[in-house]
Design a protein around this ligand. Structure first.
Ligand code: ZN
Length: 242
């Protein structure tokens, strides 16, 4: 079984389409939230995502903001501006899709959350101390998260319970050993200085994670961001992947 694991599409249709094409045939798609926000294509991304067979999708903080469920004061100025634009741009049908998304899902093997198992919508796992304190908030062997836009694994040593981390820049397949929290990186706004769209393929029977990157037409997305009157910073950062 091949499961496509994606997160943080951020209304970047070109990156999203490149990922779908590059991933090829999959049995299921797990999307870890932030379908919208920052980017110029919120309706196109929600429509494409919701049409995909075998989809499981969680709500992210930017999706909640687009639904008016959180105070935009929690965002910086540029994120707040793009959130207001997204709110007024999304169709009622696409808003209804986002409104129906759960915060956390658990199956036998994996817990899914946007930010962290402790605080699914908001908490950022940016260091081993924060990650280590989250292991008691899920009981499955694995936990998949997004939110930081960094393809990182936090691995707990079974004997010592020491948590180590690994930035998945090498793109080599990774077999899970011990309990692990892992992030596929961001489709639509990578922040590890690699501008290519990030995603992963998970093979549940093999306990295997394959990190992937794919190039896409960044200038076309930058142009649509500027044409929509969205903050220039969100266009500029796509080229450098930060
Ligand atoms: Zn995000």
């Amino acid at each position: 079984m091949r499961i496509l694991v994606i997160s943080d599409i951020h209304a970047n249709l070109t990156a999203f389409q490149a990922v779908i094409q590059d991933a090829g045939k999959v049995d299921a798609i797990w999307c870890l939230g932030d379908v919208v926000g920052y980017g110029p294509d919120p309706n196109e991304c929600v429509s494409l995502l919701s049409s995909l067979p075998g989809l499981t999708c969680l709500v992210g903080n930017h999706d909640a903001a687009a639904l008016g469920e959180i105070d935009l004061a929690a965002f910086n100025r540029d994120a707040s501006l793009s959130s207001q634009w997204t709110q007024t741009t999304l169709t009622s049908e696409n808003l209804a899709f986002l409104r129906g998304l759960p915060e956390k899902l658990v199956n036998e093997q994996v817990t899914l959350a946007h930010g962290s198992p402790r605080n699914p919508v908001w908490e950022y796992l940016l260091d081993t101390i924060t990650a280590a304190s989250n292991f008691e908030f899920f009981s499955t062997p694995l936990c998949f998260v997004g939110h930081t836009h960094l393809p990182v694994a936090y691995i707990m040593d079974e004997k010592t319970h020491y948590v180590d981390w690994r930035l998945m820049r090498h793109l080599k397949p990774f077999t899970f050993e011990g309990r692990t929290i892992i992030n596929p990186g961001s489709v639509g706004q990578p922040r590890d200085r690699d501008p290519r769209a990030a995603y992963a393929i998970f093979y549940p029977e093999k306990n295997l994670w394959e990190p992937h990157r794919v190039e896409y037409d960044i200038p076309s997305v930058q142009q649509r961001i500027l044409n929509a009157g969205l903050p220039q910073r969100h266009a500029l950062r796509l080229a450098d992947g930060w």
